[in-house]
Design a protein around this ligand. Sequence first.
Ligand SMILES: [Zn+2]
Length: 193
Amino acid sequence: MKAIFLDRDGVINQLVFYHEQGIIDSPYTIAQYKLIDGVCDAINLFHQQGFKVVVVSNQPGVAKGYIDLAMFEALRNKMKSDLAAGGALVDGEYYCLHHPEAAVPEYRIVCDCRKPKPGLLLRAAHELSLDLAGSWMIGDNFTDVQAGAAAGCRTILLGRAKCELCRLLDENNTHPDFIASNITEAAKIVIKE
Ligand SMILES: [Zn+2]
Protein backbone atom coordinates (compact mmCIF):
# COMPACT_ATOMS: atom_id res chain seq x y z
CA MET A 1 0.00 0.00 0.00
CA LYS A 2 1.32 3.41 -0.92
CA ALA A 3 0.77 6.46 1.24
CA ILE A 4 0.57 10.21 1.29
CA PHE A 5 2.44 11.44 4.35
CA LEU A 6 1.19 14.82 5.46
CA ASP A 7 2.86 17.24 7.79
CA ARG A 8 0.23 18.76 10.08
CA ASP A 9 0.75 22.46 10.82
CA GLY A 10 0.73 24.52 7.61
CA VAL A 11 -0.56 21.59 5.55
CA ILE A 12 -3.72 20.33 7.29
CA ASN A 13 -4.32 23.27 9.61
CA GLN A 14 -3.30 26.89 9.53
CA LEU A 15 -0.24 28.16 11.31
CA VAL A 16 -0.79 30.75 14.00
CA PHE A 17 0.93 34.12 14.18
CA TYR A 18 1.78 34.96 17.78
CA HIS A 19 1.90 38.75 17.78
CA GLU A 20 3.60 39.20 21.14
CA GLN A 21 6.50 36.92 20.31
CA GLY A 22 6.46 37.80 16.61
CA ILE A 23 6.64 34.15 15.59
CA ILE A 24 4.61 31.73 13.53
CA ASP A 25 3.98 28.43 15.28
CA SER A 26 1.52 25.59 15.80
CA PRO A 27 -1.93 26.21 17.27
CA TYR A 28 -1.83 25.69 21.02
CA THR A 29 -5.54 26.13 21.79
CA ILE A 30 -8.65 24.57 20.28
CA ALA A 31 -9.84 28.00 19.15
CA GLN A 32 -6.62 28.50 17.18
CA TYR A 33 -7.02 25.18 15.35
CA LYS A 34 -8.43 25.86 11.88
CA LEU A 35 -8.33 23.53 8.91
CA ILE A 36 -6.91 24.84 5.65
CA ASP A 37 -9.47 25.12 2.85
CA GLY A 38 -9.55 22.14 0.55
CA VAL A 39 -7.85 19.69 2.88
CA CYS A 40 -10.82 17.32 3.20
CA ASP A 41 -11.27 17.16 -0.57
CA ALA A 42 -7.56 16.55 -1.09
CA ILE A 43 -7.52 13.70 1.47
CA ASN A 44 -10.56 12.11 -0.16
CA LEU A 45 -8.90 12.41 -3.56
CA PHE A 46 -5.82 10.61 -2.22
CA HIS A 47 -8.01 7.81 -0.88
CA GLN A 48 -9.81 7.50 -4.20
CA GLN A 49 -6.41 7.07 -5.86
CA GLY A 50 -5.58 4.17 -3.53
CA PHE A 51 -3.29 5.93 -1.07
CA LYS A 52 -3.39 5.70 2.70
CA VAL A 53 -3.16 9.14 4.30
CA VAL A 54 -0.83 9.38 7.27
CA VAL A 55 0.04 12.40 9.41
CA VAL A 56 3.74 12.68 10.33
CA SER A 57 4.46 15.69 12.48
CA ASN A 58 7.01 17.09 14.93
CA GLN A 59 5.03 18.35 17.91
CA PRO A 60 7.51 19.67 20.46
CA GLY A 61 4.89 21.85 22.20
CA VAL A 62 4.61 19.52 25.18
CA ALA A 63 8.40 19.14 25.42
CA LYS A 64 8.82 22.91 25.38
CA GLY A 65 6.18 23.32 28.07
CA TYR A 66 3.78 25.31 25.85
CA ILE A 67 0.94 22.80 26.27
CA ASP A 68 0.29 19.66 28.30
CA LEU A 69 -0.38 16.21 26.96
CA ALA A 70 -4.13 16.63 27.50
CA MET A 71 -4.16 19.68 25.19
CA PHE A 72 -2.04 17.83 22.63
CA GLU A 73 -4.66 15.06 22.61
CA ALA A 74 -7.49 17.60 22.47
CA LEU A 75 -5.88 19.19 19.40
CA ARG A 76 -5.58 15.75 17.77
CA ASN A 77 -9.26 15.16 18.42
CA LYS A 78 -10.11 18.60 17.07
CA MET A 79 -8.25 17.76 13.84
CA LYS A 80 -10.08 14.46 13.46
CA SER A 81 -13.51 15.85 14.26
CA ASP A 82 -13.02 18.78 11.86
CA LEU A 83 -11.88 16.38 9.14
CA ALA A 84 -14.84 14.10 9.86
CA ALA A 85 -17.18 17.07 9.57
CA GLY A 86 -15.77 17.55 6.08
CA GLY A 87 -16.20 13.85 5.28
CA ALA A 88 -12.50 12.98 5.54
CA LEU A 89 -10.32 10.84 7.79
CA VAL A 90 -6.66 9.95 8.16
CA ASP A 91 -5.41 6.36 8.36
CA GLY A 92 -2.66 7.01 10.86
CA GLU A 93 -0.99 9.70 12.93
CA TYR A 94 2.65 9.63 13.94
CA TYR A 95 4.06 12.39 16.10
CA CYS A 96 7.50 13.15 17.43
CA LEU A 97 7.08 14.73 20.87
CA HIS A 98 10.80 15.03 21.52
CA HIS A 99 13.10 17.99 21.40
CA PRO A 100 16.85 18.00 22.06
CA GLU A 101 16.51 21.14 24.24
CA ALA A 102 13.17 20.34 25.81
CA ALA A 103 12.19 22.08 29.03
CA VAL A 104 10.49 18.84 30.13
CA PRO A 105 13.25 16.29 30.88
CA GLU A 106 11.40 13.17 29.73
CA TYR A 107 11.18 14.56 26.20
CA ARG A 108 14.74 15.94 26.11
CA ILE A 109 16.41 13.40 23.86
CA VAL A 110 18.02 13.27 20.45
CA CYS A 111 15.54 10.83 18.93
CA ASP A 112 15.36 9.13 15.56
CA CYS A 113 11.86 10.38 14.79
CA ARG A 114 12.15 14.16 14.78
CA LYS A 115 12.07 15.28 11.14
CA PRO A 116 14.37 15.74 9.16
CA LYS A 117 15.03 12.18 10.35
CA PRO A 118 12.76 9.66 8.66
CA GLY A 119 11.81 7.71 11.83
CA LEU A 120 8.11 8.58 11.79
CA LEU A 121 7.74 7.54 8.15
CA LEU A 122 9.70 4.34 8.70
CA ARG A 123 7.59 3.42 11.72
CA ALA A 124 4.38 4.09 9.82
CA ALA A 125 5.64 2.04 6.87
CA HIS A 126 6.43 -0.87 9.17
CA GLU A 127 3.17 -0.76 11.10
CA LEU A 128 0.86 -0.07 8.15
CA SER A 129 2.79 -2.12 5.54
CA LEU A 130 3.45 0.88 3.32
CA ASP A 131 5.48 0.93 0.13
CA LEU A 132 7.74 3.95 0.67
CA ALA A 133 8.97 4.14 -2.92
CA GLY A 134 5.36 4.56 -4.09
CA SER A 135 4.62 7.12 -1.39
CA TRP A 136 4.79 10.90 -1.17
CA MET A 137 5.71 13.30 1.62
CA ILE A 138 3.88 16.64 1.50
CA GLY A 139 5.06 19.38 3.84
CA ASP A 140 5.73 23.08 4.15
CA ASN A 141 9.21 22.81 5.57
CA PHE A 142 12.72 21.96 4.54
CA THR A 143 12.73 19.18 7.13
CA ASP A 144 9.70 17.53 5.50
CA VAL A 145 11.54 17.31 2.18
CA GLN A 146 14.60 15.86 3.91
CA ALA A 147 12.61 13.29 5.91
CA GLY A 148 10.60 12.24 2.85
CA ALA A 149 13.70 11.88 0.69
CA ALA A 150 15.54 9.96 3.42
CA ALA A 151 12.62 7.53 3.60
CA GLY A 152 12.74 7.04 -0.18
CA CYS A 153 9.49 8.90 -0.96
CA ARG A 154 8.82 11.54 -3.54
CA THR A 155 8.33 14.96 -1.99
CA ILE A 156 6.21 18.05 -2.49
CA LEU A 157 7.09 21.30 -0.74
CA LEU A 158 4.12 23.56 -0.07
CA GLY A 159 4.33 27.30 -0.15
CA ARG A 160 6.25 29.81 -2.10
CA ALA A 161 9.83 28.77 -1.69
CA LYS A 162 11.23 31.56 0.40
CA CYS A 163 14.78 32.64 -0.40
CA GLU A 164 15.86 31.47 3.01
CA LEU A 165 14.48 28.03 2.28
CA CYS A 166 16.00 27.96 -1.22
CA ARG A 167 19.41 28.68 0.23
CA LEU A 168 18.99 25.88 2.78
CA LEU A 169 17.83 23.49 0.08
CA ASP A 170 20.84 24.31 -2.03
CA GLU A 171 23.31 24.10 0.83
CA ASN A 172 22.03 20.68 1.82
CA ASN A 173 21.54 19.47 -1.72
CA THR A 174 17.96 18.59 -0.81
CA HIS A 175 15.35 19.34 -3.40
CA PRO A 176 11.65 18.58 -3.43
CA ASP A 177 10.37 16.78 -6.51
CA PHE A 178 7.71 19.47 -6.80
CA ILE A 179 6.71 22.76 -5.23
CA ALA A 180 2.98 23.48 -4.82
CA SER A 181 1.15 26.37 -3.22
CA ASN A 182 -1.18 24.21 -1.10
CA ILE A 183 -2.48 20.70 -0.54
CA THR A 184 -5.10 21.05 -3.28
CA GLU A 185 -2.38 21.75 -5.84
CA ALA A 186 -0.26 18.96 -4.38
CA ALA A 187 -3.12 16.50 -4.88
CA LYS A 188 -3.32 17.49 -8.55
CA ILE A 189 0.41 16.81 -8.95
CA VAL A 190 0.19 13.38 -7.30
CA ILE A 191 -2.72 12.36 -9.51
CA LYS A 192 -1.02 13.58 -12.68
CA GLU A 193 2.10 11.60 -11.84
ZN1 LIG B 1 11.17 12.01 18.27
